[in-house]
Design a protein around this ligand. Sequence first.
Ligand code: DQA
Length: 144
Amino acid sequence: MARPAYHILNGPNLNLLGRREPELYGHTSFEAYWPRLQARFPEADLHYFQSNGEGALIDKLHEWGFSSHGLVLNAGAYTHTSLALADAIAAIASPVVEVHLSNVFARETFRRHSYLSAHCAGLIAGMGLKGYELALRYLMDEPD
Ligand code: DQA
């Protein structure tokens, strides 16, 4: 039987993880973390996509969002600006968990507002790369 598919989407500037403001976002690149994350979920079929473009992220939400068992989205700064991404999350059928590496509530005020959260199953912030694993565990778990 096919393994259930889960999808991770990273937005702008997250291609620079490990090099970008490491005091905020850590020293590990997503590429280095990805095989470790996959190894933690051998029972799942995990997919990953990163783009710096809003349209490309929306296209992926459309492509994956009707068949995925669940999506994990770190939309970077688009979180705080993008009605179009919010509409795309509202439009798709698969659940989305919003993830931020940093604790956005402990930073500048403009980072405290997310256009996306209202359309997401939940939000994880401030737990670094661990947030992706926690989001996947939530999506894979049976409801309590
Ligand atoms: C971020 C938080 C955003 O405010 C910021 O623009 C990012 C990264 C995070 O993962 O902490 O690019 O989404």
